[in-house]
Design a protein around this ligand. Structure first.
Ligand SMILES: Nc1nc2c(c(=O)[nH]1)N[C@H]1C(S)=C(S)[C@@H](COP(=O)(O)O)O[C@H]1N2
Ligand SMILES: [Mo]
Length: 213
C-alpha cells in the first residue's frame, strides 16, 4: 500500500493547514466538533430499517474487484487477523456526533493487502448484508483509523449498530462506513453507492461541511 502514501498525505483532512494536535486523529487538533455538528450522549441508530441477523457460522467478507486475488474470509479468518484498538469520533451527516468511541477490529489496509489492489485501483465500494452500499476513495479507506470493527466500548458491536462487523471511516461522515459489511469491491474509477446516488456528497469531509453533492 506504500504507493498510496502520498495521496493519503494530500487528502483534504490531512493536508488542511491546521495543527495536528491532541485527541483522536480524526479531531485534527481542532475544537471538538466540525461545523454544523452537535454532540450527542446517546448513540442514534440510522439505517434502511432492515436488521440483517447473520449467523457467525455463515458470515463472510469478500474482497474482490480490481485485485490480484479475490479473497473470502470466514469469521474465524477475520478474527485471526491483526487486531487494533482506536478511539475516534463518529459524525453523522444529519448533524449529530458521538465522541470518543473506543473501537476494536481490523484495519481496512490489512484486508486490502490480502487481496492486493491492482495498479490503477482508485476507489472502493462497500456493501452491507441489508443491501446498502457506499463508495470512498482508496486513499481514504487506507487511513490508519479506518477499521472493520466488531467491538465498541469494550463489548461486542450491537446488531443495530452493524454487528457483528461494520466499517468505520472516522475522517469522513459516518454513512461512508457500511454496517453489516460483507463485501469490499476494489474499483478502477469511481461508482456511487446508495446515498451518493441520492444526493449525498461523493467525498463527505466533515471538517469541510461537505455534506451534499
Ligand atoms: N449497511 C448499512 N450501513 C450503514 C447505513 C445503512 O443504512 N446500512 N447507514 C449509514 C448511515 S447514514 C449512518 S449515519 C451510519 C449510522 O450508524 P449507526 O446506526 O451505528 O449510528 O451508518 C451508515 N452505514
Ligand atoms: Mo447518516
Amino acid at each position: 500500500m506504500a504507493r498510496y502514501r502520498e495521496k493519503i498525505a494530500a487528502s483534504p483532512a490531512l493536508a488542511d493547514p491546521r495543527p495536528q494536535g491532541e485527541g483522536p486523529p480524526n479531531r485534527h487538533g481542532m475544537p471538538k466538533l466540525p461545523v454544523g455538528q452537535t454532540e450527542t450522549e446517546k448513540w442514534p441508530v440510522l439505517d434502511l430499517g432492515v436488521l440483517p441477523r447473520i449467523d457467525l457460522a455463515r458470515w463472510q467478507l469478500v474482497i474482490d474487484g480490481a485485485v490480484e486475488k479475490a479473497v473470502t474470509l470466514t469469521w474465524a479468518d477475520f478474527l485471526a487477523l491483526p487486531q487494533v484498538e482506536d478511539v475516534s469520533d463518529f459524525h453523522c451527516v444529519t448533524t449529530w456526533s458521538k465522541m470518543d468511541l473506543k473501537w476494536e477490529g481490523v484495519r481496512f489496509s490489512t484486508l486490502a493487502a490480502l487481496a492486493g489492489p491492482l495498479d490503477g485501483a482508485s476507489h472502493v465500494l462497500c456493501y452491507g448484508y441489508d443491501g446498502y452500499s457506499t463508495n470512498l476513495p482508496l486513499e481514504e479507506a487506507l487511513k490508519d483509523d479506518v477499521l472493520l470493527v466488531h467491538q465498541v466500548d469494550g463489548g461486542p458491536l450491537p446488531l443495530e449498530h452493524g454487528g457483528p462487523c461494520r466499517m468505520i471511516t472516522p475522517q469522513l461522515y459516518a454513512w461512508k462506513g457500511s454496517k453489516w459489511i460483507n463485501r469490499i469491491e476494489i474499483l478502477i474509477g469511481d461508482r456511487p453507492g446508495f446515498w451518493e446516488q441520492r444526493g449525498y456528497s461523493d467525498t463527505g469531509h466533515p471538517w469541510r461541511d461537505d455534506r451534499y453533492g
